[in-house]
Design a protein around this ligand. Sequence first.
Ligand SMILES: *Cc1c(COP(=O)(O)O)cnc(C)c1O
Length: 360
Amino acid sequence: MTRVFNFSAGPAALPESVLRQAADEMLDWKGSGMSVMEMSHRGKEYVAIQAQAEADLRELLAIPANYKVLFLQGGAIGQNAIVPMNMLRGKTSADYINTGEWAKKSIKEAKNYCKVNVAASAEDTGFTSVPPQSTWKLDPNAAYVHICSNETIAGVEYHWVPDTGEVPLIADMSSNILSRPVDVTQYGLIYAGAQKNIGPAGLTIVIVREDLLGHALPITPSAFDYKQQADNDSMLNTPPTYAIYIAGLVFQWLKAQGGLKEMETHNRSKAALLYDYLDGSSFYSNPVAKGDRSLMNVPFKLKNESLDEAFLKGAQARKLMQLKGHRSVGGMRASIYNAMPVEGVKALVDYMKEFASQHA
Ligand SMILES: *Cc1c(COP(=O)(O)O)cnc(C)c1O
C-alpha cells in the first residue's frame, strides 16, 4: 500500500492512525458485532460515541458551558442561510466582512433573509489581505458581524479577533478550525464544515452561545433550528453518525498530539517552510500580505504559467497530489491542514526547488 501526500483543500487528508483504527473497527465496533454505520443513533453505544466526541471537542477548544455544540448537516454553505434564519433575533440587518470567495458566498446567501451591510471589503485590492478593523463601518444595530476566518481559495487568514462589542461575532471557520487555540468566548457563533480539518464531508459543526438561541425565523426548517437541535442533543433528525465517529477519532488524535497549542507550533513551522522558500524564489510567488497569510492554504503561482502542467505532472510522479489551484484563481495551492505531516511539506519544497532549477 502506498499513501500519497494529499494537498487537497477539501475533502482533505486524515491522520493515517485514524483511518487504521476506523478500518480495524469497521466490521465490529468494540465487540458490538456491528459497524458504527449500522447502529441506531439512539442506542447506548452510539450515544456514547457522540457524547465522547463532544466532550473531546469541548476540551480541545475549551468551550465554556454556556455554549452549545451542534452536529448538523448541510455544510458551511447550508450555514450561510441557517445563520441568518437563526441569528437575526428580531433585527433586520447584519454586517459582513468581504475577504474573498467564501465571504462572498455568505453575503449572497444572507441577502435572502436580511439587509446585508458589507462593512469592509478587500475586493479592490484583489483579496490579498484582511481589511484592518479601523476601516470597518460597523452598524451598532446589526444582528451580528460575520467573518470568514480563513479564505480557503486565496489563502488569507485572520491572525487577530475583531472587537465587535455587544454585537455577536460569527465566524465561518471551515478551513482553520482546530489548527490553533481559539478563544471561543469572543464569538457568538462558530461554524465549520468538517471536510477540511475535522473529518469526513457531511458533518457540520456549530458552536453557539446559548443566550442567542430561540429566535429562529418561522420559515426555519426544524432540522436547522439551532434551539430545537440543541434541545435534542443534535438528534432532532438522524445525525451523520459515521462522520461524527470519525471526527471523534480525529479529536482523540489531536489530544494525543498534545492539543491545539502543539498543533499551532507544528502548523506554523510547516507554513514557514513553504512561505520562506516562496519569498526567496523568483520562480514562484504568493501575493498575500505577510501578516494575513493562511497557515492552512498556501496558494502560489509559477511565474511562467505555461509550466503549470509539467509542474503538476512531476509532483504526481513524486506522490504529491491535488496541488492544482482553485479553478477561479488558477496556479497551485498546497493545503497543509493538521493531518499533513511536516515530511509532506519538506517533500513539496524539495520538489519545487528541483523543478525551479531544471526550468530556470
Ligand atoms: C469549503 C468551505 C465552505 C463550503 O463548505 P461546504 O461543506 O461545501 O458547504 C465554506 N466556507 C469555507 C471557508 C470553506 O473552506
